[in-house]
Design a protein around this ligand. Structure first.
Ligand SMILES: [Zn+2]
Length: 238
């Protein structure tokens, strides 16, 4: 296939641009699917669930404490009323009954005080656990935002570079001879379509040409496209 040296270089450059555009596209995809970002998002989700669980646990224990305090208050009220009644009564029988009830109430008061102490301890533990998860989630939120932010900046840089490459690619493509472009497109569907001959090596498949194949290629007129005998890619000399 006939092509001036400039046309050969242009086609090679077109392929270099296409390769860079593809590399840019892959880099953008890699950032969006970054394992680090995925791991951080999963961590954030787990912590958000943990936060809800810890919040509910604290609420439950606070409710339990409120109930224990209310029960304790009622028992204390009854003790106070019964003590007044005991002081006021003249009947030994009534006094005995009141004292018996006071005994039961004192036992109940002691039980409730013990429960309250246990629940206060549980409340402290739950509040501590909640504060711990809240701090860990805040840290993860911050790390994720920072990762997303730097990822976004990187994607914007790549998009801008990709857009410039695409402009250059389209401008160059408009100047490529249709016959050359057709050949390039056909070869592209099978693998690397074009490469530079570096020494005896094909820039497309990186195989080293045999002596006779190399001789045949370098003896071709300069305005003739050479092809690699191994991979069929167009070979640009010089
Ligand atoms: Zn080759």
């Amino acid at each position: 296939m006939k092509a001036t040296q400039n046309q050969q270089q242009d086609l090679l450059h077109l392929h270099t641009l296409a390769t860079e555009i593809e590399r840019t596209r892959l880099a953008i995809t890699a950032i969006a699917n970054s394992a680090e970002l995925e791991a951080k998002r999963s961590e954030q989700l787990l912590l958000a669930n943990e936060l809800i669980t810890n919040h509910n646990a604290l609420e439950a224990v606070e409710l339990e404490l409120k109930r224990a305090n209310e029960d304790l208050y009622l028992v204390e009220q009854r003790i106070s009323r019964n003590t007044e009644r005991l002081n006021a009564t003249a009947s030994p029988k009534d006094a005995q009954a009141i004292q018996s009830e006071l005994g039961s109430l004192a036992k109940r008061q002691s039980e409730l005080e013990d429960i309250t102490l246990i629940v206060i301890d549980q409340q402290e533990q739950a509040a501590k656990a909640l504060a711990d998860v809240t701090a860990r989630k805040a840290k993860t939120d911050e790390e994720l935002a920072s990762l997303e932010n730097s990822g976004q900046k990187e994607v914007m840089k790549l998009q801008s570079a990709g857009s410039l490459l695409m402009q250059e690619f389209n401008a160059l493509k408009a100047h490529i001879v249709p016959e050359h472009l057709d050949r390039y497109t056909k070869l592209l569907s099978r693998g690397v379509p074009i490469g530079r001959l570096v020494g005896r090596d094909c820039g497309a498949c990186h195989m080293s040409l045999g002596a006779s194949a190399y001789e045949a290629i370098i003896s071709l007129p300069a305005e003739e496209f050479a092809a690699c005998p191994d991979c069929s890619a167009l070979l640009v000399r010089g």
